[in-house]
Design a protein around this ligand. Sequence first.
Ligand SMILES: [Fe+2]
Ligand SMILES: [Fe+2]
Length: 311
Amino acid sequence: MSVPAWPCAYDMRRSGYDQSSHIVHLDDLSAQDVSVEDLKLKLLALFRSPTYRPPMLPAVALELLALSRKQRVTSAEVADLLGRDPMLAGQVLRVAKSAVYTRGEPVRSLDQAIVRLGLDKVTDLFFQAALEMKVFRAPGFESEMEALRQHSAFTAECARLVSRHTLGFEDYAFLCGLLHDVGIAACILSLNEIAGPTRKVSFENAWPSVRDIHASCSELLANIWQLPPDIALVLRLHHTLAHQGQVHPLAAAVAVADGLAQENGFGFREETQIVDTESAAAFAGIGRPALAQLRQAVALMAQNFGQPTTR
Ligand SMILES: [Fe+2]
Ligand SMILES: [Fe+2]
């Protein structure tokens, strides 16, 4: 598969970094100092390179997304598709049995999960399981990936709640919440490659560079995975919100979900928020009373999510 042209969301002039004053140590051995800007450029060059091997989602996950957008789909068709990847199907069942989804009778089988949760939710869970198995894993960065996995899962659930207060976009809210920071995973997965086999990379030192480019990297992965263009655009805009002078309401909704995750201890480091949660909510068409309701609902949900990972 060819890698699409690099999206131009990253604007060097707006980054505010002065190369001479922001030096990071890429490796703990300090064999070579790399500026924040240098590391960004190295990562971007790697992603643009024809030899770049992005993390791939299983074909079944993408087929399921396409199936879920069709008008008439039977649960047998879905079960057949899921059955082609038993490991992933098992993961879906594990999440479907978790406290977040089991209110009343627990889900016992995949068929039951499809009937009880519905195709859209099962598709969302399938994507979640696929990301956990195929993307959020990098030797040497286990704690960062676990924190990112948890942040993404929590933000996805928040986005679903947020979308109930917005007009439209319910279909993609969970997926956008789940994938919004997947560019961070892409950067983490590439750090070892950039540093070379003999160096140990410190994520702490790489974070300022990763933070600055991650939204564009999320968009890049969405394009490589051939997800709907709307999703890719929202991933790019999840911090800046505006495209051609107009705020994208779903990007604003994801920013609200991101903010609520942070408020409940499920944030990922200090992501740069251009606007605060209240302003993002206003852009998403969510008034103060609805935001107060959302805060209560998310706080309740947080109790079922277990302990946030220390990061
Ligand atoms: Fe982000
Ligand atoms: Fe985030």
